[in-house]
Design a protein around this ligand. Sequence first.
Ligand SMILES: NC(=O)CC[C@H](N)C(=O)O
Length: 227
Amino acid sequence: MTARVGVVTFPGSLDDGDAARAVRIAGAEPVRLWHGDPELHGVDAVVLPGGFSYGDYLRCGAIARFAPVMETIVDAARGGLPVLGICNGFQILCEAHLLPGALTRNQHLHFRNRDQILRIESVGTAWTNAFQPGQEVLIPVKNGEGCYVADPATLDQLEAEGRVVARYVGGNPNGSQRDIAAITSSAGNVVGIMPHPEHAVEALTGPSLDGLGFFTSVLKHLVGAPA
Ligand SMILES: NC(=O)CC[C@H](N)C(=O)O
């Protein structure tokens, strides 16, 4: 059976179309989910896409976190549903407390848009099992508030538990502590990543095809997961 991967659209989402396209290229069926509808329509996994949900008012992701769909996603994620938050999606996951820490204004206070090398540090997650440990990938980064911060004890815990999923290599684009580009929940089903794997899935538009691994990983994970 083809896996069904939900992609949420909030008011101000920008990359929901690309995320749905990446899901399809990876071999799954994208299912569009709407922020105001708490129903997950039986999806096997969820992507929270990049963009400017609710205009980034208050703080990026601070309003989206209260959307009706998020109540269901938070419960389902605690029950093991694979959830990938990309950029604004990562911000929403932190605001929803599914992931620790926060994304703050880039240290240099500029919006940064460039292709970025990442090192995959943890392949034990639902979204990175298709990579090799230490593999370097090239995917775009584009954010104004991508500076990952957490208190030292939380950072140490993330490192000790192998929950730093990816780090920036060849320059840190936003000042993130310990060069952190992606982290995971303790169960490994929820991943937040600041750069955009969905923009690196086809030769015509991306700097590489490296982003595809995130979307094929979840399919591999779902095959292994009990129904
Ligand atoms: N590309 C994005 O998702 C951007 C996220 C957020 N609006 C920021 O600027 O940081």
